[in-house]
Design a protein around this ligand. Structure first.
Ligand SMILES: [Zn+2]
Length: 137
């Protein structure tokens, strides 16, 4: 196959992508789905949320539980929280984690990585290359 054919093939493949996928798709975190059981809360779609955030679950939990002011642990696909929590409260906590530890504050994309360097944590953006210091906890 010569280069010309290859390019044509690429063009054709690109045409098959639905229109809305070509635009930079907005980053959306799944909202929490809860199950309350004997005064405790389970986030039943936690696995989906942490996969979307693309962060280490331990890092997330360290901050999330501290700001929620409770204890909790991962149980299978779910996150167990001691106490009863409202959906909006948990969504807001996840959102603030996302702003602080996931989204690039220059281009607002979630294609970032947390890097440790010289005892500091950085959020490095794979989309625009920006880097900023983030707080440990
Ligand atoms: Zn960026």
């Amino acid at each position: 196959m010569d280069l010309h054919d290859y390019n044509k093939l690429l063009d054709r493949a690109y045409e098959k992508i639905p229109e809305n996928a070509k635009q930079s798709s907005r980053f959306e975190i799944p909202t929490v789905q809860l199950r309350i059981e004997s005064k405790n809360t389970f986030i039943t779609n936690f696995n989906k949320i942490i996969n979307t955030l693309n962060r280490d679950a331990r890092h997330f939990l360290g901050i999330f539980l501290k700001t929620a002011g409770t204890m909790g642990e991962i149980r299978g696909q779910q996150l167990f929280l001691k106490g009863i929590y409202k959906e909006q409260v948990l969504n807001r906590l996840i959102e603030s984690y996302t702003k602080a530890y996931v989204l690039c504050d220059v281009c607002n994309k979630p294609d970032t990585q947390i890097q440790r360097e010289a005892k500091k944590l950085f959020l490095k953006c794979g989309a625009c290359g920006a880097r900023r210091v983030i707080k440990e906890k």
